[in-house]
Ligand binder design. Structure first.
Ligand code: GTP
Ligand code: MG
Length: 178
């Protein structure tokens, strides 16, 4: 089976459960007293979806401040400002096991997600609810590999002066000679 590599970056405020989601997805485990992430951590996990094998390369970043729903919007704004490639966005409403302490209504979160073309899913790393489904939803949103285009400006043309061959490379893509 062909393996498709997918780079995933988890963003969000400190304590929302990013590392716990990764731990649940990668190891199917939960640590109640997980240390706050310093810098970023990296993990990989393979998941088969509809006959395709996806190798998730997951960057788990360190959140900075206390979490509020408003800051999800700030993350998305920041992301769109800085990212030149096409993105698949998914919003996880984590800690769904703490329904009594709910701060964001499902409807509100769904409407926001829809407005930015993101997938929304409620998860619980603690209770093992919907965590693989979050990554499955990302895989399902990926464009077919042969349809991925490199945008003008993100390509660097390199020409070796001793040969009349041109090498094309993109910032995070593979290198190909032609
Ligand atoms: P930073 O690394 O500081 O950015 O935080 P983080 O987003 O990685 O959060 P982390 O996974 O470390 O979890 C923070 C706290 O929330 C920990 O005490 C976890 O045990 C708890 N937690 C994470 N996920 C869940 C969940 O689904 N339900 C409940 N009840 N607690 C959770
Ligand atoms: Mg963390």
């Amino acid at each position: 089976m062909a393996v498709r590599e997918v780079k995933v970056c988890l963003l969000g405020e400190s304590g929302v459960g990013k590392s716990s989601i990764v731990l649940r997805f990668v190891n199917d485990s939960f640590k109640p007293a997980l240390e706050s992430t310093i810098g970023a951590s990296f993990m990989t996990k393979r998941l088969d979806v509809d006959g395709v094998s996806y190798q998730f390369q997951i960057w788990d970043t360190a959140g900075q401040e206390k979490a509020t729903f408003r800051t999800v919007k700030d993350w998305v704004r920041e992301l769109k400002r800085n990212c030149t490639t096409d993105l698949v966005l998914a919003i996880a409403g984590n800690k769904s096991d703490l329904n009594d302490l709910r701060e964001v209504r499902v409807r509100e979160a769904e409407e926001y997600a829809q407005s930015i073309g993101a997938h929304f899913i409620e998860t619980s790393a603690l209770s093992a609810i919907n965590v693989p489904q979050l990554f499955k939803a990302i895989a399902e949103e990926l464009p077919p590999e042969d349809s991925i285009s490199v945008r003008p400006g993100s390509t660097v043309h390199l020409r070796r002066h001793d040969e009349n061959k041109e090498t094309q490379t993109s910032c995070c893509g593979s290198k190909k000679s032609r």
